[in-house]
Write a protein that binds this ligand. Sequence first.
Ligand SMILES: Cc1cc2nc3c(=O)[nH]c(=O)nc-3n(C[C@H](O)[C@H](O)[C@H](O)COP(=O)(O)OP(=O)(O)OC[C@H]3O[C@@H](n4cnc5c(N)ncnc54)[C@H](O)[C@@H]3O)c2cc1C
Length: 1017
Amino acid sequence: MATGRVEPRPTASRTDSDAVALEADIQATARALFAAVDRARPALLSQARWQGEMMDWAMADERLKVELFRFVDVFPTLGSGAEIARHLREYFLQTDVAPPRLLRLAIGATGRRSPLRPAAVRVVRAEMLSFARRFIVGSDARSALPGLRALRDRGLGFTIDVLGEASVSVHEAAAYQQRYLDLLDDLTRETKGWPAAPAVDRAAWGALPRVNVSIKITSLYSQIDPLDFRGSVAAVKDALRPVVRRAMACEAFVNLDLEQFRYRDLTFTVFTELLDEEEFRAFDQAGVVVQAYLRDAGDDLEALVSWARSRSRPLTVRLVKGAYWDYETVLARQEGWPAPVFTHKPDSDAAYERLARLMLESIDVVRPAFAGHNVRSLAAAIATARRLGVPDDGFEIQMLHGMGDPIKAAVRAQGLRLREYAPVGELIPGMAYFVRRLLENTANESFLRDAFAEGADIEELIAPPAPSARLDAAPAHPAIVAPTDPAAPSPFVNMPHADFARPGPRRSALEALRAVAGRPALHESLLIDGRERRGAGTTTSVDPARPARTLGTVEVAGPQETEAAVQAARRAFPAWRDAPARERAGVLFKAAEIMRGELAQLAALETFEAGKTIREADGDVTEAIDFLEYYGREMLRLDTPRRLGRLPGELNHYSYQPLGVAAVIAPWNFPLAILTGMTSAALVAGNTVVIKPAGPTPLIGAQLARILRAAGAPPGAVNLLFGPGGEIGEALVTHPEVHLIAFTGSRAVGLRIMARAIEQPGRAWIKRVIAELGGKNAIIVDTDADLDVAVLETVASAFGYQGQKCSACSRVIVLQQAYDEFLERLVEATRSLAVGPPDDPATRLGPVITAAAKATIEGYIEQGRREATLALATPEPPGGWPDGGFYVGPHIFTDVEPGATIAQEEIFGPVLAVLKARDFDEALEIANGTSYALTGGLISRSPAAIARARREFRVGNLYINRGITGALVARQPFGGFKMSGIGSKAGGPDYLPQFLEPRVVTENTLRRGFAPPDDAL
Ligand SMILES: Cc1cc2nc3c(=O)[nH]c(=O)nc-3n(C[C@H](O)[C@H](O)[C@H](O)COP(=O)(O)OP(=O)(O)OC[C@H]3O[C@@H](n4cnc5c(N)ncnc54)[C@H](O)[C@@H]3O)c2cc1C
């Protein structure tokens, strides 16, 4: 094995004149490269008319580009000519898409009655396949061989990339591992007899392996998750060990690609830890990637260099800008996280040049590979290498198969070693890669586009990048800066979820769990009239994962305390009602500030008391903060009386007043968010509140009361009672002084509350009830669905928080063409989920809430066995569930009739019914065929199906091509109709008015025929 080194020249101190000289070298190198580039050829495929046209269309019209690339993405799943024709028409005949003439003609020929249809479809199919194949060397090692051999004959090396779908199960990850092993064997065997190619077989440090494989760690472990950092590192290393062992035996090279930012730290840790293991310590045919578009890529590279130095072993580093720029920026915007990538393109370009230099200055331990198609960036690396005295065979250039071919010729003409990144795989899994490449070729800021399609001036193309003045800091998120000022609130933004890709949030979540686990049991009192009160007895709160462990005790209210709480609320009402809205909103904003400060601790308490996994608990607390911030602002919006009907002599003012005493009866499944939402809406509207948290989660309920009090809610405005719903809830619902009941919970209790609230005689007002009840929510999986999305989102929606969400997916309706493959992947993906204590970051399903809930769910599972086929059961492990926790593993039933009990009744547990539908009509009929209408989902790439679902899938919250849980305040206001509830959507603009009564005051301003001027009113 080659271990030779290239010695570094002492780093020259960088003076201005050095910089000027280097820049001159870069320009000269870039010009020399360009001189050998044939720029007359279009970006892609001059001879392939359609394909060249398609790229031109994409670049000319952004809207058309979206549809073109969406069609490319869906194309491999379209089984028949009719399906291809249907999708072509749906994508390109939309009103706001203007296809060019050639395309319009082709689409016109695909009409159902057109005699040209078969021919038109054949052409489209052939063109698409040949287009995609330009980027892929073969469907497997065998079919790739001629292509790889041709590369070598042209003096180019290769690194093989295995294209694949998302690895959603243990089963699929094992298949990937096997493919890497087979690839190493097959390629080693086949390439042995190939003639030597000195241009790619030797480097300054010695011989180079002929076989070079690039691996994506996400393919090797389906449950990879930065939150479970150590577990993921261990699992990936386990999967990788045999592959690296085989690579050593085959004398092949292994590279770990870098994927999305959230896997960056995992990839580096896997790489360094694995190679530090005794058996791999001497292996130096391994490499990793540094992505220059990451703001902190310099730290990545420095850490790798010092690691390599500490072990005196060289490593290969491939420098790229990064392939996931759009994804990272969109995700960061959606989540409210600082973008990990630069957002100004020249910053990435400048970082590339800086990092290239750092790699070359560390040539004693770094074997550089400069990847990309930007002539300026490559010239910078080449010129810097030459200036630093690194020989031309001391580094290599890497480019993608099917891209930048004219530049490849120019690089080869310089006598430099060039390696192609050569994907192998089938078309369906290849499409994601293919679409990334299309985007890369047509992006506004793409070098290839500028150089070859736009024909930009060479001077412009090779000019030095002009980075922004301040590169270091990513912009802070507005929600985290300061407490909201009720006099001048900034526009509402959602509280970001914890970004567990970063070590800080991971650490604080785990530390909070340790702290909460280690502290003594809590004791919480009732809160009545601003004072802590004892009750008629106490009850305990236990950890559903360890029922023997008492988390705390709470005082239980009897009739006396309930009465006292209502009376306190009644007395406090007039003053609170008349307090300025700003003061009331100020209490909410202050409470939000306190919650932000205690976020990790509150989430940790939820993990133990409600059995929520770490991520779910974080989501619940952030939602609670959102409600406080949102309803505070909503009240300020509603507080200004509106003038209606601007007519002289008449003054009409429309305003709101609160109702009185509100009873808030909350569920345990979102123990802080829903409780906070209902309470804060009632409170900020000027009502006074008696809160009754759910039986299993009183300790979290107590935190809300404490926080509101600390935030300045006056005595009596917020009162807290613990106790059984049947007694306290009933007493509050029927109490003559209660004006308003906000309830979230089961349908049976909700209906009873409505009946009891209405029937109480002898009052001076009609009670108002706001009730959010259950759901029997369905996801429809269409024939053309992206099954990666369908499987992952169904699993998350059905089994997140053990299915104990009213929004959870409990039916998945699959069109028959997609059924078999979807079901197989769904079952395997679900089987791969870890069931266990929710404070373990590896856990995907924790316990259900109580022993009674477990028994109910198990009853439904028994029912399912009678009326359907059990496709997946999760039996109790041989030694029983850990610590006697209330666990029910995930269950999937197939052959479920739409009218079956398990397809009609809300189960509130990890039980999923899979139903097959003949066509989309039937799927919609089944989906709408229950008494609930809360959430629903559609996974489809058909614009017509999406449009139909928007109209006809009648649920309160319809989600398309994503999961159906996790509604965000102000972005997806939440709530349903039919038997799913009464009232308007939580977290939406119509929610707060339910806690208010509108009033209109009309004044006749005409006195003796004289009215004030209209403008003065
Ligand atoms: C052999 C090879 C292997 C590769 N392996 C990987 C890998 O493991 N992981 C990976 O992520 N990528 C990998 N890539 C893909 C690579 O990241 C892209 O091909 C590369 O970013 C394109 O850069 P360029 O210099 O060729 O083109 P240019 O057109 O100069 O740069 C385009 C790049 O600039 C960045 N960018 C675009 N817009 C902005 C903006 N507004 N602000 C900041 N930056 C912006 C993006 O990274 C974009 O891809 C590999 C590429 C090659 C050739």
